[in-house]
Design a protein around this ligand. Structure first.
Ligand code: GDP
Ligand code: MG
Length: 283
């Protein structure tokens, strides 16, 4: 049995969450075209006959500007410590490597994943592999996370580098996060979908109540004006969020639910370390 942790690193939007979704074949990881939608360190466990691999998704690499971003940056630091393999992911159109992060994983087992190869001609890939030959990556693997290209190969190679061991998680324990966490993430994902850039990063979702088929969630915003935007004319927009989120949550839980959404203003919540912590953004 091969057992271990894999941490996925890389700038926002390179496709880290998409890769994990493809690997898990479940939508447990939030995916968005906007940067920094992954605020948490998330573990998803892949159970194979001869291996158990725990994947850790990280928020993108960036300089923190407020308490929320500081918490996100902290979770990356944490993720850097405890992995058996690091996937450093880049976009085939953006070959820049973050020096600071790279230095931290210099002596560790690391794969360079060149993602989004579905977007380019095959013949430009070899020169890219060549360019990174001397960086000290244990493997350089071109993939398409979205189109599921080379992912089987990636997993086979990953297994070779993992230590032998006993299972770390029960086979049906696919994540270390409570159900509430995923419910909040589904709602947050739909916020991005419905509002686009209008209220991008100033929202948090808090599950106030969750029992049987009833879920009450608070969407927390920073300003009164944002509350109005979220609710929309005659409540049209929040209704849409509710419908979409309910679909995802029902699919996830495998049962019908009743979802109640409330919008609450907590002034400058992102600057309030205590509140950021309470909303679950620190380990
Ligand atoms: P993250 O910030 O690194 O987690 O990136 P996401 O997984 O959220 O993906 C960012 C965007 O890139 C999304 O619009 C994805 O659909 C897109 N994307 C991810 N992987 C691929 C890929 O292999 N090919 C293409 N064409 N797009 C991809
Ligand atoms: Mg992500």
């Amino acid at each position: 049995m091969k057992v271990g942790f894999v941490t996925v690193l890389g700038k926002t939007n390179v496709g880290k969450s998409t890769l994990l979704n493809t690997i898990m074949k479940r939508n447990f990881f939030i995916v968005s075209s906007k940067p920094q939608t992954t605020r948490h360190r998330i573990i998803g466990v892949l159970n194979l006959e001869d291996a158990q691999i725990a994947f850790v998704d990280t928020p993108g690499i960036f300089e923190p500007k407020n308490e929320l971003e500081k918490a996100m940056a902290e979770s990356i630091k944490f993720a850097l410590v405890d992995a058996d393999i690091f996937y450093y992911m880049i976009d085939v159109y953006d070959l820049e490597i973050d020096e600071g992060i790279f230095k931290k994983i210099k002596d560790k087992t690391k794969f360079l994943l060149i993602n989004k190869i579905d977007k380019v001609e095959k013949n430009i890939i070899l020169p890219i592999i060549d360019k990174f030959k001397d960086y000290g990556f244990d493997e350089i693997i071109p993939v398409s996370a979205l189109k599921n290209q080379n992912i089987d190969d990636l997993l086979e190679t990953t297994k070779k580098y993992l230590p032998e061991g006993e299972r770390l998680f029960l086979p049906d324990q696919i994540s270390d996060r409570p159900v509430q966490f995923f419910i909040a993430e589904f709602i947050r994902e739909k916020l991005y979908f419905v509002y686009g850039q209008e209220i991008p990063y100033s929202c948090a979702v808090e599950i106030e109540e969750f029992r049987d088929n009833f879920i009450k969630a608070n969407i927390i915003v920073e300003k009164d004006s944002q509350k109005g935007i979220i609710i929309g004319k005659d409540g049209e927009r929040i209704k849409k969020v509710g419908i979409l989120a309910r679909e995802s949550i029902e699919h996830f839980l495998g049962k019908k639910i009743y979802l109640e959404l409330w919008v609450k203003v907590k002034k400058n919540w992102r600057k309030d370390a205590e509140l950021v912590r309470r909303l679950g953004y620190y380990e």
